[in-house]
Design a protein around this ligand. Structure first.
Ligand code: UGA
Length: 486
């Protein structure tokens, strides 16, 4: 499908181009287009299949409510294109490309890989020869990234063009992207504090003000905005690692992690959100952004600060390992030749995204043990599962098992049929209400249940006959404390 009628021929008040048609760029631009019919928006991506999908009936990402928004705005004032010449006519250019953790060279495993930010800054510089453009960092970037963007833009711009750089990080979460964008807690805009910078901030703020109350639009200097995004994710991840660390204490003491979280979260200074114990957080952001913060602190020689934040990620690794070890140990120290039904592969419910999902780690560990794995997930394809496992598993012996020992089941019931155990790894609502009594009757005995999301009441499962382990709940055979023995 072609990009649009030529933008200059349209009566639009402002022209926006967003580079990057991913989880952030697509939904964000769809909501801006919906709320501002007088603004013409082009979303550009160099991937032809991705743009074709955005232009088709089956969008490249699953996000509740997104289809409806896209249907209203696509072809009206929102266009998806692989033609980057649209950049030349834009007033505002959003950079919304991937900044994954760097997997090579300096900063490997920690620093953000800025190669896509760099290449699109270079391209903007090459294409734009005159006028003033506002360039907005939407992607999560390391602090002071805007310095590099500015340098690349001016080094590549051949004409009289001038640029203002703004930081406008995204706080939407996958699975709730549309409602997060419609009703954000805050919109953060950072920019230079000189006249030109403040004017650019004002201009971007005036777009959000069409539907976001003015007191929720927070403006700061550039570095504060870039750092705030990293710190917000680091703090959220820290809450999950904190409650997950307590889940281990609960299991050993008979306390119940959900009850502890409720009691702790009732303190208004702490609040109830992000205190749900789990098999570990996943997603493309938390681990990447915490490691990015660690790298920043290391670069600043703030060793203790780096260590402090690094433990948030280490605790997450520990929680995943602990869950896998529990499965193996409980099933008489071996899962070899046994079948485990894995319920959920996405990193959280209401998304088909599997990036950094704890399920990848758990399934890889089960394969290392020689188990068979039957996976069910309402939104993840078998191809995606295989790709994730291929990327994760190096050992050729274990890699081979991806093709012989892993199957994808169309229903949870089918995944569990004949299996020795069920492991819930994603909190899809449907797993709360399955008929576990009927499922139990189709499984090999003794039938085990490992609830990595504390979704089902362990008392109910035990009454059915399952040997049950639930994260953060008293185990079926609790250890005795030294002070309990006489
Ligand atoms: C996260 C942040 O929540 C967004 O504000 C941010 O904009 C986004 O990263 C980003 O930087 O782009 P997201 O990764 O989509 O959003 O998903 P979350 O809802 O934050 O969940 C992350 C992981 O934590 C999931 O695996 C989830 O299951 C887990 N989680 C979440 C828990 O284990 N316990 C909780 O209480 C909450």
């Amino acid at each position: 499908m072609s990009a649009t009628p030529l933008m200059s021929a349209t009566p639009f008040s402002t022209r926006i181009v967003c580079i990057g048609a991913g989880y952030v760029g697509g939904p964000t631009m769809a909501v801006i287009a919906l709320k501002c019919p007088d603004i013409c928006i082009h979303v550009y991506d160099l991937s032809v299949p991705r743009i074709n999908a955005w232009n088709s009936a089956s969008l490249p990402i699953y996000e509740p409510g997104l289809d409806e928004v896209i249907q209203q705005v696509r072809g009206r004032n929102l266009f998806f294109t692989t033609d980057d010449s649209v950049i030349t006519q834009a007033d505002i250019i959003f950079i919304s490309v991937n900044t994954p953790t760097k997997m090579y060279g300096v900063g490997k495993g920690r620093a953000a890989d800025l190669k896509y930010i760099e290449s699109c800054s270079r391209r903007i510089g090459e294409l734009v020869s005159h006028g003033h453009k506002i360039v907005v960092e939407k992607s999560t970037v390391p602090v002071r990234c805007s310095v590099a963007v500015r340098k690349i833009l001016s080094a590549n711009s051949k004409g009289t063009a001038t640029f203002s750089i703004l930081s406008n990080p995204e706080f939407l979460a996958e699975g709730t992207a549309v409602s997060d964008l419609m009703r954000p807690d805050r919109v953060l805009i950072g920019g230079d504090q000189d006249a030109k910078g403040l004017d650019s901030i004002r201009r971007l703020a005036s777009i959000y003000e069409r539907w976001v109350p003015a007191d929720r639009i927070v403006t700061t200097n550039l570095w504060s905005s870039e750092l705030t995004k990293l710190v917000a994710n680091a703090m959220l991840a820290q809450r999950i690692s904190s409650i997950n660390s307590i889940s281990a204490v609960c299991e050993a003491t008979g306390a119940d992690v959900d009850e502890v979280a409720r009691g702790v979260g009732a303190d208004t200074r702490i609040g109830p959100k992000f205190l749900k114990a789990s098999v570990g957080f996943g997603g493309s952001c938390f681990q990447k952004d915490v490691l990015n913060l660690v790298y920043l602190c290391e670069s600043l020689q703030l060793t203790e600060v780096a260590e402090y934040w690094h433990w948030v990620v280490r605790m997450n690794d520990y929680q995943r390992r602990r869950f896998c070890e529990k499965i193996i140990k409980t099933m008489f120290d071996t899962a070899s030749g046994k079948t485990i039904a894995v319920f959920g592969f996405a990193f959280k419910k209401d998304t088909g995204d599997t990036r950094e999902s704890s399920a990848i780690e758990v399934v890889a560990s089960l394969l290392e043990e020689g188990a068979n794995v039957h996976i069910h997930d309402p939104k993840v394809s078998f191809d995606q599962v295989k790709t994730d496992l291929e990327m994760r598993i190096d050992d050729p012996r274990v890699r081979q098992l991806i093709y012989t020992n892993v199957t994808m089941s169309p229903t949870a019931e089918e995944a569990a049929n004949g299996a020795h155990a069920i492991a819930i790894l994603t909190e899809w609502d449907l797993y709360k209400t399955l008929n576990y009594e009927a499922i139990y009757s189709t499984m090999s005995k003794p039938a085990f249940f490992f609830d990595g999301r504390s979704m089902v009441d362990p008392k109910v499962l035990r009454a059915i006959g399952f040997d049950t382990y639930c994260i953060g709940k008293a185990t079926q055979h609790p250890a005795q404390f030294f002070y309990e023995t006489s």
